[in-house]
Structure formats: structure tokens, C-alpha cells
Design a protein around this ligand. Structure first.
Ligand SMILES: CC(C)(CO)[C@@H](O)C(=O)NCCC(=O)O
Ligand code: NA
Length: 617
């Protein structure tokens, strides 16, 4: 690497970056000292269930919009064209279904951890499995999130990699531990604004330097980067309308429907209506965020098309190159490189803080409290803070593991969501839509789902070439690709026809965008089969309020008696009556002393009834 190409930060840039970190800590400090001073778990983990829809909606989009997307989306558009943009189609159903199916069920149960649902509906074992899957997914994901911006910054400015990782991890741990969920949500709001500002600045400057909008448009067309809607039904095609627009819905459901980070935000809303509204309000911001990423990729393409950058960077990672482009464009404009780096770190911080807080919540609610029902509130709050901090430190360790991996970070993150989030989504769907499903079925389903998902996921890792298509002719975009892509590119240029993968390899080359849907259906199917084999659950045994009458709604044209035969019509919105607790025999609070935590979630009058009931048992 030519040292003259090293981009430099000016003092203004450092000030902007430092201001971001200081402001985040400031918000944490404010929430540590105001309100109830974070002395209860209700405040620390659930923001007192008092949030309004605007901060919640911005926080919703911040949770899964990290530096991975900010860098990954332009890199994807630059190398493969605009097909990825069609994932925006999945946002419609991907937010409507959570708003009208998942939120109504989950909000009315007044949970703290979404996995509590699994115990109410199935059994304690299913709940623990759900929790462990979530912890596994989130810990890996947060390693990628903290590593990505630090790595990119290091590649371009030479900024000490581990110093950046440490700074992000520690600052985030600090304000999450001090200010709880309120601080997490309000820093998300602030950080989302910084994120948009940084992306917008790059686009405006980039368009200006390329010679205006029409010039960018001309070059993008010449370079063949605008993709038409690809309706190819082949499930091994990486990006088509079907993989993105349909497979993407399941990805969105696993994130926005049943992921603890998001559900915790819905539950922190003042009312159910407010939670639904926040889901609707997330839609335009998500579309905006996607559009900014895609346009940024196009602008970079227009500006750098044909340039060979391979020798200017110490790494072949196309993710680092995005940052190189950005810094190159913003050179000489004091403050703007700092703003973009602040944008990257904002995106990362807002994701990692959600991860810390939600991890602390599930560990506390699902793994600790059930074993220590008599724990005092002060103890529980202190322990939650310690947990948030421990996960912060674990995150640094995970960053180190990410360091050893090389692939497009966007693809890796979405693969993990599909591999682990998909089966968990299946578990919730099985519980909510199929009253016949029993606990054994759920466990077997989850096992089968995870096994198949890791088989395909690891298989695809080992047979790398999966689904990468030759680049469209035009600009020499191959300069941005890794070895596999260049090999394919060369093959395409040399008029070789690539043989289709066959047998198991074809199975392994399933598009990663289908992972969520595929794994979700595996769990549902296996779950139903095993449930029917082991004796399906009777409607009256299912805890009330845990079923969404999906079939009743879909088949509303059928006569009443037929519907009653086909599906459970348990109305939503009833508190769980205590006498029913014995119903499925498994979701019993008295079974192993979870009464403390269970009663927390009940309406007062039901609570007293339950306590009386329990003392008589
Ligand atoms: C998850 C979606 C599709 C929607 O929020 C998008 O934001 C995304 O692609 N995220 C990638 C993961 C990340 O940015 O960390
Ligand atoms: Na984020």
C-alpha cells in the first residue's frame, strides 16, 4: 500500500467523532440520574413501559441497521447491481404482520422476555431452547457489528483497529449499564439521525464530484448496474424478486416479529396502539435507509468505474473499499470524514447497545430469575447491570473471532439471522397458529430446524462458489471482487458455461435469502408431524391468549361450525386465568418456583388470585 494513499483525519474529524461518543455517554448518564434512577428491573429493562411511538420506531430501525448495512449495501450494489434493492418489497409484509399478528398476542401477555411466551404455550424446556438460540445468534452478530466499522476505519486511515473496537465496546457498555433501556432507546434516536446525516453527506458530495445527477445516471446505465425485476424461480439464485421479496419477509419476521431486541421495544411502549404505530412508523425510515445505501453504491460506481484500486489497499475486502471510496470523496472537506465515521459508529453503537440490553433481559428473566424467585428487586437490578456489562466484554472477544473470518459482512449477518432466527421464528409460528402443536413437537421441530439449517449453512461455506453470478459486462467491476468472483468472471469472459451444481451441492447453494423461510417451515412441519404422532394438544389445554386464530381469519368465509372444527377460536386479550395454569401441565409457575417472575406479568386482580391459588397448591 502506498503510504500517500493513507487518508488522514483532521482535528475537526476527531472532534466530531469524540462528540458522538460523549453525547451517547451523556444520554446514558442523564437516564441514570433521572426518572426512577434505574433502581428497578422494570425501568432498567423495560423503560417503565412508558415510551411513545416516535422514539420506539427510530429505535426499531436502529437495532438491525448497523455499520454492516451502511458499508455492506453499497458494496453489494457496486459489485452486483441494484437487484438487492427489491428487499424493500419485503418491508411491507415484514412490518404489517408483526404489527397485526405478533404485537397483539405478545403485548397482551405483558411479558418481559419474549421467550416467556414459549413456556406459556409449550413448556419450560422450549423456553430455554429459544433463549439459548437467541443468545447464540446475538453474541455472534454483535461481534460482527463491533468489528466491522473498526476494521474499515483501520484499513483506510490506519487508525488502531483494537483501539476502535475497545472504544466502541466500552462506551456502549458504559451507557447501556448506566441508563438502561431508556438510554438505549434515546441514544438510538440520536444515533439514527447521525446515521442518516452521514450517508446523505456522502451522496451529496459524491454526486457533486461526479458531475451531477444526470452524469451519475448515465454512468450507472452504461455500467449495467440497474437491475430489472428478476423473476427467475430458481431458489439457488442469490438475489431474485422471490428470494428478496418473499424470502426477505421471513427474515423481517424473525427480526421484527419475534426477536427479543424488537419485542422489548414494543413492550416498552405505553400502549399496544403505540407499539403498533411505532411499527408502521418504522416503515418509511427503513425504506429511506435502504434507498440511501443503494444510491450511495450507485454514486460510488459512477465515480470509480474502471479504476483499479487493488494496489491501494492492504486488503481485498470490498467492505473496506467502500470506506476507501468515501474517504477519498470527502478528503479536503474538513469535518465530513469525521461525520461519516460517526455515522458508521452510530450505526454500530445503536445495534450493540440493543444487543447488550436484550441479552441482559433474557438472561435475567429466562435463566436467572426462575431459579431465584425470592431475589430482591435491588439485587435483580444490580445483577442485570452486571450482566449487561459482561455481555459488553464478551462482545470484544467475539470481535476477535470475526477478525478471523472473511466474507461480505452483510451476507454473513443475514445468514446468521436466517440460520438461527429462522428456526426460532418457526417455533413461535408453530405455537401461535397451530393449537394442536405440543411441547414435544416444538422441541423436535426446533432440533430438526437447527440441524438442517446448520447443515445447509456450513455446507455452503465449504462449497463457496454458491450462487455468485458473473458480473454484468461494462465497467471493470471485477476489481472489487474476491477470488471466487473473479474466477467466475474470467470463466464468463472466456465463454465457459458454468455447470449447475448438482445433488447435495445444489442443496448447499440454496440462496441465503431463503434460509429464514426454509428453516421456519422445517420447524413447523416437523413440529406438527411429531405433535400428531405424540398426541396433539387439546384446545382447552392451551394457555388462553397464546394463540392467534390465523386460520379463523384466513377462512372467515366458512360457516361457523366448520371453522370451530378446523381451528382454535380462542379470543385474544384475556388475561391468563390462574385456574388454567394447570391446563397444559407444563407452563406452571409453581413447578419450580418461578412464581415471582410469573406474577409480575399479571394484572393485579389475577395476581392476587394466583398467589392465593399457589399457596393452596
Ligand atoms: C435487517 C434489514 C434487512 C432490515 O432492518 C437491514 O437493515 C439489513 O440488511 N441489516 C444488515 C445487518 C446489519 O446492518 O447489521
Ligand atoms: Na444500529
Amino acid at each position: 500500500m502506498d503510504p500517500s494513499d493513507q487518508k488522514h483525519f483532521t482535528a475537526v474529524d476527531y472532534v466530531i467523532f469524540a462528540a458522538l461518543l460523549a453525547a451517547s455517554v451523556g444520554i446514558g448518564l442523564y437516564h441514570a440520574l433521572s426518572g426512577g434512577r434505574q433502581r428497578t428491573t422494570q425501568e432498567f429493562l423495560m423503560a417503565d413501559r412508558s415510551m411513545s411511538c416516535l422514539p420506539v420506531s427510530l429505535s426499531l430501525i436502529a437495532s438491525f441497521q448497523s455499520a454492516v448495512a451502511i458499508i455492506g449495501v453499497p458494496a453489494e450494489i457496486y459489485t452486483h447491481g441494484t437487484q438487492y434493492w427489491f428487499i424493500g418489497c419485503a418491508y411491507f409484509l415484514g412490518l404489517l404482520i408483526p404489527a397485526h399478528v405478533f404485537i397483539p398476542v405478545l403485548y397482551k401477555l405483558r411479558l418481559s422476555s419474549v421467550y416467556e411466551y414459549l413456556e406459556l404455550r409449550f413448556s419450560k424446556a422450549v423456553r430455554i431452547c429459544g433463549t439459548l438460540a437467541f443468545i447464540f445468534q446475538t453474541v455472534i452478530y454483535m461481534g460482527i457489528c463491533v468489528y466491522t466499522p473498526a476494521f474499515a476505519l483501520n484499513a483506510v486511515t490506519g487508525f488502531e483497529l483494537w483501539a476502535a473496537v475497545l472504544a466502541t465496546g466500552l462506551v456502549c457498555t458504559l451507557y447501556t449499564t448506566m441508563g438502561g433501556l431508556k438510554a438505549v432507546i434515546w441514544t438510538d434516536v440520536f444515533q439514527t439521525v447521525v446515521m442518516f446525516a452521514g450517508q446523505l453527506a456522502v451522496i451529496v458530495v459524491g454526486v457533486h464530484q461526479t458531475g451531477g445527477v444526470s452524469e451519475v445516471w448515465r454512468k450507472v446505465q452504461e455500467g449495467n448496474r440497474l437491475a430489472a425485476l428478476d423473476l427467475n424461480p430458481d431458489p439457488t439464485e442469490r438475489h431474485t424478486f422471490w428470494t428478496l421479496g418473499v424470502g426477505g419477509v421471513f427474515l423481517m419476521l424473525s427480526l421484527y416479529g419475534v426477536n427479543q431486541a424488537q419485542v422489548q421495544r414494543y413492550l416498552s411502549a405505553r400502549t399496544e396502539k403505540e407499539a403498533v404505530r411505532s411499527c408502521y412508523m418504522a416503515f418509511p425510515s427503513l425504506q429511506l435507509s435502504l434507498a440511501l445505501g443503494c444510491v450511495m453504491g450507485l454514486v460510488m460506481f459512477a465515480r470509480y468505474c474502471g479504476e483499479d484500486l487493488a494496489d491501494k489497499l492492504p486488503t481485498s475486502s470490498r467492505d473496506a473499499m467502500v470506506l476507501y471510496f468515501v474517504m477519498d470523496m470527502l478528503q479536503g472537506l474538513p469535518g465530513l470524514p469525521g461525520l461519516f465515521v460517526a455515522c458508521l459508529f452510530s450505526a454500530a453503537l445503536s445495534t450493540i447497545s440493543s444487543a447488550f440490553n436484550s441479552l441482559a433481559t433474557v438472561t435475567m428473566e429466562d435463566l436467572v430469575k426462575p431459579h431465584f424467585p425470592a431475589m430482591t428487586e435491588a439485587r435483580a437490578t444490580l445483577l442485570s447491570k452486571v450482566l449487561a456489562m459482561c455481555y459488553g466484554l464478551l462482545c470484544l472477544a467475539m470481535a476477535y473471532l470475526t477478525h478471523l473470518m472473511d466474507d461480505s459482512v452483510l451476507q454473513v449477518a443475514l445468514k446468521i439471522f436466517g440460520m438461527v432466527g429462522g428456526p426460532v421464528l418457526g417455533l413461535f409460528c408453530l405455537g401461535m397458529f397451530f393449537p394442536w402443536a405440543n411441547s414435544t413437537g416444538a422441541l423436535a421441530g426446533l432440533g430438526a430446524g437447527l440441524a438442517l439449517s446448520f447443515w445447509v449453512g456450513i455446507g455452503s461455506l465449504l462449497t463457496r462458489s454458491a450462487g455468485t453470478r458473473p458480473l454484468p459486462p461494462g465497467c471493470r467491476a471485477a476489481l472489487l471482487s474476491d477470488n471466487t468472483t473473479s474466477a467466475i468472471h474470467t470463466a464468463a469472459l472466456g465463454n465457459f458455461t458454468l455447470s449447475r451444481p448438482s445433488g447435495l451441492n445444489r442443496f448447499y447453494s440454496l440462496s441465503y435469502m431463503w434460509y429464514s423461510a426454509f428453516n421456519c417451515f422445517t420447524v413447523i412441519l416437523t413440529g406438527l408431524i411429531i405433535s400428531f404422532l405424540t398426541g396433539p394438544m387439546k384446545e382447552e389445554d392451551v394457555t388462553p391468549g397464546t394463540i392467534y386464530p390465523l386460520f379463523g381469519k384466513l377462512l372467515c368465509f366458512l360457516p361457523e361450525h366448520l371453522k370451530e372444527k378446523l381451528c382454535c377460536l380462542t379470543p385474544l386479550g384475556q388475561p391468563r386465568p390462574p385456574q388454567h395454569k394447570e391446563g397444559n401441565g407444563l407452563a406452571l409457575p409453581q413447578e419450580d418456583g418461578t412464581s415471582q417472575e410469573e406474577t409480575d406479568t399479571f394484572l393485579p386482580e389475577v395476581q392476587t388470585a394466583l398467589v392465593e391459588h399457589e399457596t393452596t397448591v
